[in-house]
Design a binder for this molecule. Structure first.
Ligand code: SF4
Length: 472
């Protein structure tokens, strides 16, 4: 599962809007406004949606009052994510009254989960489109412009949008997401993704390499290869029958240029291979950071979650990663309070966190999702206050682990890719090291610009940031 919402260091601003395309053609004078919610895959999808709308002549606006079409690209991973959307919709009531021709569309996982039921529940909504049906958006808009509600939530076994070049939204021109596959074949008991994003399918490696080459030529210095479970990436060329697995794809992207960093997300502990780890070690520009969701530290709970690995298997993977790349950072996803979880299961989770020494994690209380295996098989029997207390313990342990990890970096020299001004002061640069840690340092050398690499000596830290001084 890709990273979602709250992280130890607040990263993603909800409801990013977009500006900048002047459209021509059928809808030339029409403008769309899009907000993206949830995981990186959704933000990457919004860039594909912007490209499809641009091609059909739409312009765009960052100002919701100027929009002819409002699109919410939604998340359904927890009940709270859907409530956020329903609340956001109420805020459009007034705008729609003032502009009756305005169309509102719900896209993404909530659209796929609820389908046309969403039209009954939310009268403001005109268009409902699932993650595999974005190509049909222009046609659905025309349909809705005639006054009928328009829906397409068909899931596909082929669709990867490989031929659509994403329009980079709110991009800093340095880092970019590149989706390499869609859907998921795992059936983790708590997860809606297999139902909202369908079966797994990999995108052809050539289109991925071309997109990364194009990004590098346009000055981008880092690509993140995206998939629900990148380790099961597998593409067979229909003509040559040549097969490409994830380790091979990773190498092909790393070979584009040693000056372009390569990251990937998300890995699955049961699928990450020795070959991938050895490939990461072989290339300096493949960042030494792995997002390896554990979800629980208890083998009994992992079996109920249908994660298909045991606590011992997981810890053996972590040990192997550290053997091959001692400086590799690991982050995780952790669910507190899954069905039947008892105190010992919870202690097992805290124990796995200590042994794995995570740099940071995405931590949530279990939220039962309709239609999932867990909702069908198990009672959501852990009381909310117990979930809350366990989550607090998990978060406070993680904060301690993150701080301890940063303390160990004091005195080290780290290579930083400058992304821009630090949030706190434009007299300081903010960037990341290979371990995906945020590094902030003074702008002492005026020749440096965003997109440049700089060596920084770490002199201090907080729980979420390394502070340092430029060495070269
Ligand atoms: S089913 Fe499992 S592996 Fe797939 S997206 Fe959900 S949590 Fe991740």
């Amino acid at each position: 599962m890709l990273e979602v919402e709250q992280k130890v260091i607040d990263e993603l601003r909800q409801g990013e809007a977009y500006e900048g395309i002047q459209g021509e053609g059928l809808h030339a004078e029409k403008r769309f406004y899009i907000e993206s919610y949830g995981c990186q895959m959704n933000f990457s999808d919004s860039e594909i949606i912007a490209s499809i709308l641009q091609t059909s002549g739409f312009g765009s606006t960052r100002n919701v009052d100027q929009a002819d079409l409002i699109l919410l690209n939604t998340c359904s991973i927890r009940e709270k994510a859907e409530q956020t959307i329903r609340k956001r919709l109420t805020e459009f009531k007034k705008i729609k009254k003032q502009n009756p021709g305005l169309l509102i569309g719900i896209l993404g996982c909530m659209a796929e989960r609820l389908k046309s039921k969403l039209l009954e529940e939310e009268k403001l909504v005109d268009i409902v489109v699932g993650p595999d049906a974005y190509r049909t958006l222009p046609g659905l808009i025309e349909e809705a412009e005639t006054g009928t509600k328009a829906v397409n939530v068909l899931l596909s076994r082929e669709e990867t949008y490989a031929d659509i070049s994403p329009v980079r939204i709110n991009s800093n021109g340095i880092n970019a997401f590149v989706s390499i596959m869609r859907g998921c074949n795992n059936m983790c008991a708590f997860c809606v993704v297999p139902f909202t994003r369908g079966r797994e399918r990999s995108r052809d490696n050539i289109s991925i390499i071309n997109e990364c080459k194009d990004l590098f030529q346009r000055g981008f210095k880092e690509v993140t290869l995206l998939g629900q479970n990148v380790d099961s990436y597998y593409w067979v060329d229909p003509i040559t029958n040549h097969a490409v697995d994830f380790a091979m794809l990773l190498e092909q992207v790393a070979l584009i240029s040693p000056n372009m960093r390569v990251r990937f997300s998300t890995s699955h502990p049961k699928d990450i291979t020795e070959k991938v780890l050895q490939t990461m070690k072989s290339y300096h520009n493949i960042c030494k950071y792995i997002h390896l969701p554990v979800q629980s530290g208890s083998t009994r709970i992992l079996q109920l979650m249908n994660r298909t690995y045991t606590r011992e298997w997981y810890l053996a993977k972590v040990k192997r990663i550290k053997e091959i790349m001692p400086d590799c950072a690991i982050s995780s996803d952790i669910i507190a309070g899954f069905c039947t979880e008892d105190d010992q299961d919870h202690l097992d989770t805290l124990d796995v966190m200590r042994i794995s020494m995570y740099e940071y994690s995405y931590m949530f209380a279990y939220s039962e999702r309709p239609g999932t295996l867990a909702a069908k098989r198990y009672k959501d029997d852990v009381p909310e206050e117990v979930k809350k207390k366990r989550l607090e313990e998990i978060v406070s342990l993680q904060n301690k682990l993150s701080f301890e990890s940063n303390l160990k970096d004091i005195g080290k020299k780290v290579e930083v890719l400058i992304e821009g001004d630090s949030k706190k002061s434009n007299l300081q640069w903010m960037g990341r090291n290979s371990q995906y840690k945020v590094v902030v340092f003074d702008k002492s050398d005026s020749s440096l610009q965003p997109g440049d690499y700089a060596w920084v000596e770490v002199t201090d830290c907080t729980q979420g940031t390394l502070l340092g001084k430029l060495v070269s």
